[in-house]
Design a protein around this ligand. Structure first.
Ligand code: ZN
Length: 301
């Protein structure tokens, strides 16, 4: 296997991580966590999502949070946007990096956004048009339930290719493939990534992995082996989808950094400084973290 010299880790703790927490973290605390992540060398992150505030109250402060973000040149601070309404709010809040999310499976699409996959594609087209008309916004795509759907089971790879093709038609060339449930295994990841990269060689595919069944690091290696150089991960391994029953935490940023740096693949993230960020997170959640590295190294706040 030829290993890449470096990969980008996008920390999604402030979005995917916090969206399922029973305790809503105040905006000021989110900003403290964000500073700690930046200090550790994180240069790509999801800071929040513009979803309906009553559906996901943990993200209700997205407008306020994005307005308060520090100026950090060279840092990609992304917001997740599921629909037109969210896109309008994000533009008003001055967001420069937007990830549009849509599901590849009908069951999750209905549960998460109350629309079919085809309606999701159509609304995404309108979101892209709106964002392009408002100027300088960097638009990327995030596909949920690429591998397994909590309602429909294994998602056919042709269905994923169909949704990817629609995004490519809209001009998107960065697409994150999500194992929303954390049920994929390395062979499944390898096969789907290989098909997508062959069908759409112009697209930079990333992977968004959950560790529900302990497959996270093995799935990262499967992705790396297929040429993927962007991975989503969350500090502390926190996270999960409120509309995907059974989903557990994201792969942990510290576990991913530990493994990749140990193999000589640069991430730009400093493990020792991540410890400070992890301790801030423990204080914010009033709970210990579940990641392998935080337990192995005794990161206790
Ligand atoms: Zn996720």
């Amino acid at each position: 296997m030829t290993l890449p010299a470096s990969v980008t880790i996008t920390d999604v703790a402030l979005r995917d991580g916090l969206q399922i927490q029973p305790r809503t973290v105040p905006t000021d605390t989110k900003l403290v966590l964000l500073d700690a992540l930046l200090a550790a060398g994180v240069r790509s992150l999801e800071a929040g999502s513009f979803v309906h505030p009553t559906k996901v109250p943990q993200m209700a402060d997205a407008d306020q949070l994005f307005r308060a973000l520090p100026q950090a040149p060279g840092v990609e601070m992304m917001a997740l946007v599921p629909n037109l309404r969210g896109a309008r709010r994000a533009v008003e809040a001055g967001v420069r990096h937007i990830r549009i999310v849509l599901s590849c499976s009908e069951g999750h699409s209905r549960a998460n956004t109350n629309r079919s996959v085809a309606e999701g594609i159509e609304e995404t087209r309108q979101v892209v048009e709106l964002l392009r008309s408002t100027g300088d916004v960097h638009i990327t795509g995030a596909l949920a339930t690429v591998f397994v759907c909590p309602f429909d089971g294994i998602v056919p790879v042709e269905q994923v290719a169909h949704v990817v093709g629609a995004l490519v038609d809209m001009g998107l060339d960065e697409i994150s493939l999500s194992d929303t449930l954390g049920r994929a295994n390395p062979d499944h990841v390898r096969r789907v990534v290989a098909v997508m990269r062959k069908a759409y060689p112009e697209v930079a595919f990333g992977l968004h992995l959950h560790n529900t069944f302990g497959m996270g690091m093995a799935n990262v290696m499967a992705g790396v082996g297929e040429g993927v150089v962007q991975f989503d991960a969350a500090l502390g391994g926190i996270g999960g989808c409120p509309f995907a029953p059974g989903a557990a935490g994201n792969i942990a940023t510290e576990d991913t950094v530990f493994m990749l740096e140990g193999m000589g693949i640069a991430t730009g993230i400093d493990l020792e400084r991540l410890e400070s960020a992890a301790k801030e997170l423990q204080k914010a959640l009033h709970a210990p973290l579940e990641s392998a590295v935080s337990k192995a190294l005794g990161w206790v706040a």
